[in-house]
Write a protein that binds this ligand. Structure first.
Ligand code: PEP
Ligand code: MN
Length: 337
């Protein structure tokens, strides 16, 4: 449930409500908005009836949260969450573009891509240093060496870095280099990993699982937030269906649904969502029109020779052209690029 305090409620009044709730075992998540404080309280609601919260000084109302996801829900927090890092605001008016290769392959590759996506207007450099591949024989990533190359590219360009973390043990190491830690589709319900990422405060980009319902996806985000990490970005990347003309079925209807259910920013990855370079542009445009807060696009200097996901990667020229076209779509829905 949430306890909405009066505008101007005193700190002592907020503290008293929190004290009473913690005494009966509730977990507390405080949201201090511009005008009022909202206390999120997770626990057994039947125990809270006897507290008489509604009658306490400073309390405006007590609202039960009907959904299974609590901290993630719009009921808990009405205004959009905006995640700010190094001047980039994710979830605000500007569409944030994360671009780069599927996998970090070499110093030259990362340097070239970082410079070209920066010049085209992207804000975040993506690149996998740990690659959870379907085949154990496929390229598995450069690991820490790859993380170092991403960090060097940040130094040179000022771009933020997003990169995948594949297991709980790797969280400190990846967290040392990355600005945003990515949870891949295959790990969306790796609850040990989510719990570990709930303990840090760096933003987490949570990809939708290959066969995850929207509710399962939001419950995975709840794991992160219930651990205390409120900096969660959701990423729709396509789901498994019977369709074979695309690698996955990009569920664009998830964008307005999730934006309605949750205050968290939502971005879309049409590269993995379609698996085909020629579909990326139209799906990026559709995603912006449907209300996405950002995009993730795979870009490689030489897609035909990419070690991973070449068929869905754009080259830097195609990416630059795409960014120009997206500016027009963004403007038509009152967003900027
Ligand atoms: C990726 O973005 O590098 C990736 C592996 O994507 P996904 O987890 O969505 O398959
Ligand atoms: Mn990829």
């Amino acid at each position: 449930m949430i306890i909405v305090m009066n505008p101007g409620a005193k700190k002592e009044q907020v503290d008293e409500v929190i004290l009473r709730l913690t005494q009966i075992g509730f977990g507390i998540h405080l949201s201090e908005g511009e005008t009022r404080t909202v206390i999120g309280a997770i626990g057994d609601r039947s125990k809270a009836y006897s507290l008489g919260l509604e009658a306490m000084e400073g309390v405006e109302k007590v609202v039960p949260i009907s959904k299974p996801f609590k901290l993630v829900s719009r009921e808990f927090k009405q205004e959009n969450t905006i995640i700010e890092l190094n001047g980039v605001k994710i979830g605000a008016e500007k569409i944030v573009v994360m671009a780069g290769p599927c996998a970090v392959e070499s110093e030259g590759q990362v340097k070239l891509i970082a410079e070209s996506i920066k010049a085209a207007g992207a804000d975040v450099l993506r690149g996998g240093a740990y690659k959870p591949r379907t085949s154990p024989y496929a390229f598995q990533g450069m690991e820490e060496e790859g993380l170092k190359l991403l960090a060097e590219a940040r130094e040179k360009t000022g771009l933020c870095i997003v990169t995948e973390v594949v297991n709980p043990q790797c969280v400190p190491l990846v967290g040392k280099y990355a600005d945003i830690l990515q949870v891949g589709a295959r790990n969306m319900q790796n609850f040990d990993l989510l719990r570990e990422l709930g303990k840090i405060r760096k933003p987490v980009l949570l990809k939708r699982g290959l066969s995850a319902t929207i509710e399962e996806w939001l419950m995975a985000a709840e794991y992160l937030m219930s651990g205390g990490n409120y900096n969660v970005i959701l990423c729709e990347r396509g789901i498994r269906t019977f369709e074979t003309y695309t690698r996955n079925t990009l569920d664009l209807s998830a964008i307005p649904i999730v934006k309605g259910l949750s205050h968290l920013p939502v971005i879309v990855d049409p590269s993995h969502g379609t698996g085909q370079r020629r579909l990326v542009s139209s799906m990026c445009k559709a995603a912006i029109a449907a209300g996405a807060d950002g995009l993730m696009v795979e870009v490689h200097p030489d897609p035909e020779r990419a070690l991973c996901d070449g068929p869905q990667s754009l080259n830097p020229i195609q990416f630059k052209e795409l960014m120009v076209e997206l500016g027009r779509v963004a403007a038509s829905v009152d967003r900027t690029m």
